[in-house]
Design a protein around this ligand. Structure first.
Ligand code: NAP
Length: 294
């Protein structure tokens, strides 16, 4: 049985708060990383069709020996598979590669602002998969308030989750308020600010003096403090690592509490500057990629 605290999604499904991310995890090390994560206690894996490692994630889950229904499997439909029939087929591709009959959470990876009609049709297909019991919950990723507003107006299922860039340097508080109002769980991607260090970033969360000082007081690392901050704020977080020591470190966050002053100090680190692409810049022309068949 999992010991990870979980959040109840808006349709009653339980999701472990802390998941394990595999973006940029090369296929040849994905199986071992997932197996190690499950060994140390994670029970939630976040992948995506566009990470091209779903097959290896599925292999890691099977090799772990942990029963399928004890692992919460989340994946994402890439924009090239948006449209009603294409998205229904995207489920077959992802489930087939993962080697599962049913997904726990299937989300749209990005809004396509210039083709919102396709985005809506893709989301309606997720609704059909939900009604048919092929997925236990559905959601979105990188949706801004205006995208959510349109989605809610034109479709019938409130997303269970919106997975967004969220770390101490980019907190999207207005968007988080919309989530709270609508009953959508905020799920943080780059939760420990990985994106601030890619390509030798100049201002890395891992070197932040405020985070390091709080970490020192608890005998923890900056990464652990950031994860604790998400958990105490009621957010899901999905840190990624391929290194066993860090995989374990990022899961070792259930034995300390940040004070309200420490939480406020982390809240004050927001720069309002995103590390990832502006969701409004995502187009099929610039970001389309074929997602292979099973
Ligand atoms: N929906 C989206 O558009 C979207 C976008 C980005 C990410 N995501 C999801 O969110 C997950 C997490 O985001 P992310 O991978 O961008 O960033 P992250 O989890 O915040 O950080 C990962 C980076 O930090 C390093 N790291 C991990 N643990 C560490 C620790 N304890 N101390 C120091 N460094 C550490 C990792 O390197 P090593 O592997 O070498 O340890 C990696 O470079 C992804 O894997 C993916 O599942 C979703």
């Amino acid at each position: 049985m999992s010991t990870v605290p979980s959040v109840t999604l808006n349709n009653g499904v339980e999701m472990p708060f802390l998941g394990f991310g595999v973006f940029q995890t090369p296929p040849d090390v994905t199986t071992a990383a997932v197996e190690e994560a499950l060994r140390v206690g994670y029970r939630h894996i976040d992948t995506a069709a566009a990470y091209f490692n779903e097959r290896e994630v599925g292999e890691g889950i099977r090799r772990s020996g942990i029963a399928r229904d004890e692992v919460f499997v989340e994946t994402k439909v890439w924009i090239s598979d948006y449209g009603y029939d294409a998205t229904l087929h995207a489920f077959d591709k992802s489930a087939g590669k993962l080697g599962v009959d049913r997904l726990d959470l299937l989300i749209l990876h990005q809004p396509l602002p210039s083709r919102f009609d396709l985005t809506l049709d893709a989301y309606r297909a997720l609704g059909k998969l939900l009604a048919d019991g092929k997925v236990r919950a559905i959601g979105v990723s990188n949706f801004m308030p205006e995208h959510l507003e349109r989605l809610l107006k034109e479709t019938s299922v409130v997303p269970a989750v919106n997975q967004i860039e969220l770390h101490p340097y980019f907190q999207q508080t207005a968007l988080q308020s919309v989530h709270a109002e609508k009953g959508i769980v905020t799920q943080a991607w780059s939760p420990i600010g990985g994106i601030t260090s890619y390509g030798g970033g100049e201002k890395r969360t891992f070197d932040d003096s405020t985070l390091l000082e709080i970490a020192r007081r608890h005998g923890k690392s900056a990464a652990q403090v950031m994860l604790r901050w998400h958990l105490q704020k009621g957010r899901s977080a999905i840190p990624k690592s391929t290194r066993p020591a860090r995989i374990a470190e990022n899961f070792d966050v259930f034995d300390f509490d940040l004070t309200s002053e420490q939480i406020a100090a982390i809240d004050a680190l927001d720069t309002g500057v995103r590390g990832g692409p502006d969701p409004d810049s995502i187009t099929l022309e610039a970001y389309g990629r074929e997602i292979p068949e099973v």
